[in-house]
Design a binder for this molecule. Structure first.
Ligand SMILES: C[S@@+](CC[C@H](N)C(=O)[O-])C[C@H]1O[C@@H](n2cnc3c(N)ncnc32)[C@H](O)[C@@H]1O
Length: 376
C-alpha cells in the first residue's frame, strides 16, 4: 500500500471486536492508524429473537500513514433540510446570538458532512442491481469508500471481490482496479457485469491472470488434487465456452452429471435449454449416451460435452447420430450434441454461437440462489 493509501475492512459484530485488535497490531506499530469505525445501518427482517434487532455491519477504516488521501464527502441538502436549517438560524438569531456563531461545523454550502453512520439499503433479492450473490454489497456503499479515499486514476484493490461491486464502481468512477477472487465463477460474473454496464470494448482493457490460457495451464487446473479447484476447471470451461452466459450447477447428488445450464430463445416467448458436461479424464462413447439420457431427463434441446482429451471416432459418430435442432428464428440448424475440446476453447477461441436468453437465466439464477454458490 502507498503511504497515501487507505484500507477498509468490512465485517459484522460477531467478530469485529477481535478483528479490530488484529488490524491495530498490523497498522499501528508502523505509523498507521484507525480513522473510523463505520457503522453500516440497513433495514431487514431479523425475526423475533430476545434481544434488540441486529441492523448493522461494521467497516474499519485504517490508513498506513498520516499522508493518507481523504476527500470530504457531503450529503446535499434536501429542500426540507434547507428550510429547517434556515429556520434554525433564524430562531437562534432571534434569541440574541450572532449569526456567525450559529454555523454548524458539520455543514456548509455543499450539504451535511458524511458521518460514521451510513444508512444504505441492502441489495434486496428483487433489486435490479442484484446478481445472485448472497453477500453482494450495494454500489452506494463502495461508491462512498472509493470517492472518499481515491481520485480518478488511483488504484482500488478488492482481494475478495465476489460479484465485483468494487470493480464495477471503480470502473464507473474512472479508477484503475484490481479484483481478486478464488473462484472462476466470480471472474465470470464480473466480466459479464462489466460488459453489461460499460459495453463489450471494456473487456479489451481488462487483463486476466490466473485463468487457463493454454493447454498446459488448463491441464494443470483440471488435475489439481483439491476437489474444489478441480471444480473450478469445470466452471471455467463451461463459463468460458458460453461467454459467461451459463449457470453453474452446484447441486450435489441426483443430477451431478450436469455441470452447467443455459437457455436460448427459440421464438418470441419460447426458450430452450442447453446442458453442459465437462470431462477431464478419458472419454468414451458411453459418455455421449449418458449425456443423451441427461438431456431427455432435463428436457434439454442441446447438449455440450467439453472434454480435455480428444474424443474418439465412435463418440463423434454417436454425437452425429443424435441429429440436428432446427432453430426457426436463426434460420439454421445446430447439432443436438456438440463435442468441444478444451484445446478448441483455449487455442482457437471457440465459443457457443447461439444468442442466449438472459432473462430466463436471471430468473433461474434467483430461483437457484439458495442451493448454488456453495463457496460464496
Ligand atoms: C463476501 S464475498 C465478497 C462480496 C463482494 N464484496 C461483492 O459485493 O460481491 C467473499 C468472496 O471472497 C472469495 N474468497 C474466499 N476465499 C478467498 C481467497 N482465499 N482468496 C481470494 N478470494 C477468496 C469468495 O469466493 C467470495 O467471492
Amino acid at each position: 500500500m502507498k503511504p497515501t493509501g487507505s484500507f477498509y475492512f468490512h465485517c459484522d459484530p460477531t467478530a469485529s471486536h477481535y478483528l479490530k485488535l488484529v488490524l491495530d497490531a498490523i497498522f499501528c506499530p508502523h505509523g498507521g492508524d484507525i480513522k473510523n469505525e463505520i457503522v453500516w445501518h440497513y433495514r431487514r427482517w431479523t425475526g423475533l429473537a430476545k434481544k434488540f434487532q441486529e441492523l448493522h455491519d461494521t467497516i474499519f477504516f485504517y490508513v498506513k500513514s498520516a499522508d493518507y488521501k481523504f476527500n470530504i464527502l457531503y450529503t446535499p441538502y434536501t429542500e426540507g433540510s434547507k428550510q429547517r436549517k434556515e429556520q434554525g438560524v433564524l430562531h437562534r438569531f432571534k434569541e440574541g446570538e450572532k449569526p456567525h456563531l450559529v454555523s454548524d461545523k458539520s455543514t456548509d454550502e455543499k450539504g451535511v458532512r458524511e458521518n460514521d453512520v451510513w444508512q444504505i439499503p441492502f441489495v434486496a433479492p428483487s433489486a435490479k442491481e442484484r446478481l445472485g450473490f448472497p453477500t453482494q454489497k450495494p454500489e452506494a456503499l463502495l461508491e462512498r469508500i472509493i470517492k472518499a479515499s481515491t481520485d480518478e486514476g488511483d488504484v482500488v484493490l478488492d482481494a475478495y471481490c465476489g460479484c465485483g461491486t468494487t470493480v464495477a464502481v471503480a470502473e464507473r468512477l474512472k479508477r484503475k482496479w484490481i479484483g481478486i477472487d478464488i473462484t472462476y465463477q466470480s471472474v465470470s460474473v464480473i466480466l459479464k457485469r462489466i460488459e453489461d454496464a460499460f459495453g463489450k470494448n471494456v473487456l479489451e482493457t481488462i487483463q486476466l491472470d490466473g485463468v487457463p490460457r493454454d493447454m498446459n495451464s488448463a491441464e494443470a487446473l483440471a488435475h489439481k488434487k483439491d476437489d474444489r479447484l478441480r471444480k473450478e476447471f469445470e466452471k471455467w470451461a463451461v463459463l468460458t465456452y458460453s461467454n459467461n452466459r451459463a449457470l453453474i450447477n452446484e447441486k450435489k447428488g441426483g443430477d451431478k452429471g450436469i455441470d452447467g445450464i443455459a437457455y436460448f430463445k427459440t421464438g418470441k416467448i419460447d426458450n430452450a435449454k442447453i446442458i453442459f458436461q465437462v470431462k477431464s479424464g478419458g472419454v468414451k462413447r458411453g459418455d455421449i449416451a449418458t449425456l443423451r439420457g441427461d438431456m431427455a431427463r432435463e428436457n434439454a434441446a442441446l447438449g455440450c460435452l467439453i472434454t480435455l482429451e480428444e474424443p474418439t471416432r465412435n463418440m463423434i459418430q454417436e454425437a452425429k447420430d443424435a441429429g440436428q435442432f432446427k432453430h426457426e428464428d436463426m434460420g439454421r440448424s445446430y447439432d443436438v450434441i456438440n463435442i468441444i475440446t478444451v484445446k478448441e476453447i483455449v487455442e482457437d477461441g471457440k465459443r457457443l454461437d447461439i444468442p442466449m436468453s438472459l432473462e430466463v437465466l436471471k430468473a433461474a439464477k434467483k430461483a437457484d440462489d439458495s442451493e448454488q454458490m456453495g463457496l460464496l
